[in-house]
Design a protein around this ligand. Structure first.
Ligand code: SF4
Length: 404
């Protein structure tokens, strides 16, 4: 079994550094103004250059997403940005639009191109078509099952295949959706989705506008249009057996805490699978970890002919058992103290754990010291505090506690 790449979303430098710390093989980043995440989670060219240097120093690849469906007005900027990205040393460009592909072929033909899932590649002949256009890798449509993925891998072995294994799903076909454009003029196809499929909706019968149909579950409304999140952690042997080269995690708009947990969990699972293929078994602790980040209940999506996850909540509403409490800014090996940048709120006695890449450690919070080493009872967002720790913790390590 070939070792696949673990590909992690990195919306900004903090998330990129988090992905590097917790074991990404590669990261993907939106390019300011030309990715499918127009309102946030894109990097400026300066940050891109810094991120590429830091990632390459650790042997991690960086892919730049310019996967907007370009309008005429976008082409001028694309013509400037494409050679700039090549010059700072990115490893591939992720595109959707054939026009952007043509610009790349004309200006930097040596640069590898990955075709976005937005291009809806669903069959062997489509993969051959894109191969003939010079595409190096295809990010397959999420609608495919693993059997179809395996057929493509066997028929076109020279093409690298990338598959989403974790993260949010769209109700629309590979994200091609007008809901956001209609509701508030923010087009998903230009990277500006406001995610209205996650909102609460009622169904009205036209002659009874004051009597909406409410589908109730545990006294709450059901989220009619909102999908559960994809999670294939329990099925990695089947995913790898299909022949994919890269396992992709969704979520450029998600938090650094999300990046830490998914990277760490899938890293551990993949390493265990590669080490002991025959004896491999998904550990319950990995499944439990993924419940500690924001999710709307998990699904195996279209990977199999039937749904494999039955025990998560039927409510399509955000669930999260833990929240970030801070990140390590510095470690003092003499005083055995770590300086923490606080997230949310932390009070003395809170049950806090440190999410190291190789361990999870309970932290003593009976005494909190502020940046001047004075004892305090509580700390809030952006405060800096000291907490004790016997072993060294790398900068960027995440602390968390149960949601209060
Ligand atoms: S509204 Fe929902 S289904 Fe439509 S593109 Fe946005 S996230 Fe996807």
């Amino acid at each position: 079994m070939e070792k696949p790449e673990l590909l992690i979303p990195a919306g900004n430098l903090e998330k990129l550094r988090t992905a590097l710390l917790y074991g990404a093989d590669a990261v993907y980043i939106g390019v300011e103004g030309l990715s499918l995440r127009a309102t946030s989670s894109e990097m400026s060219m300066f940050d891109f250059a810094v991120g590429v240097n830091e990632a390459h120093a650790k042997g991690v690849k960086v892919y730049a997403a310019i996967n907007t469906f370009a309008r005429n007005a976008d082409l001028k900027q694309a013509k400037i940005i494409i050679p700039e990205l090549a010059a700072i040393g990115i490893d591939a460009l992720i595109i959707s639009d054939p026009g952007i592909l043509r610009l790349i072929r004309n200006s930097v033909p040596q640069l590898p191109v990955h075709l976005s899932t937005q291009a809806n590649t669903t069959n062997i002949e489509a993969v051959r078509f894109w191969r003939d256009q010079g595409v190096r890798r295809i990010i397959l449509a999420r609608e495919l099952n693993l059997k179809e993925v395996g057929e493509i891998a066997a028929a076109v072995p020279e093409m690298e295949l990338e598959l989403f294994v974790h993260g949010a799903m769209c109700m629309a076909y590979s994200g091609r959706c007008y809901l956001s454009a209609f509701r508030n003029r923010r087009s998903a196809n230009q990277g500006d989705c406001s995610q209205p499929c996650r909102w609460e909706y009622l169904l009205h019968e036209s002659t009874r506008p004051d009597d909406p149909l409410v589908l109730q579950e545990d006294e709450r409304y059901s989220y009619l249009l909102s999908s559960k999140d994809l999670c294939l952690i329990e099925y990695l042997p089947e995913v790898l057996a299909s022949g994919v080269a890269s396992l992709k995690i969704e979520g450029r708009m998600k938090s650094a805490y999300y990046v830490a947990v998914v990277t760490r969990t899938y890293r551990q699972a993949l390493d265990a699978l590669m080490q002991q293929e025959e004896k491999y078994k998904c550990r319950q602790e990995w499944v439990d970890e993924l419940m500690k980040i924001s999710n709307r209940g998990y699904t195996t999506g279209f990977a199999f002919s039937e749904e494999k996850i039955n025990e998560t909540s039927p409510e399509i509403k955000y669930i999260q058992t833990h929240e970030p409490t801070g990140t390590v800014l510095q470690y003092d090996p003499v005083k055995k103290m770590m300086l923490i940048g606080v997230r949310n709120h932390l009070a003395t006695g809170d049950e806090v754990e440190l999410l190291l890449p190789d361990d999870i450690i309970k932290i003593d919070t009976r005494t909190l010291l502020d940046a001047n080493e004075k004892s305090i009872k509580e700390a809030n967002n952006d405060n800096k505090i000291y907490l004790p720790l016997e072993r060294e913790a790398p900068v960027g390590t995440v602390l968390r506690q149960k949601v209060k």
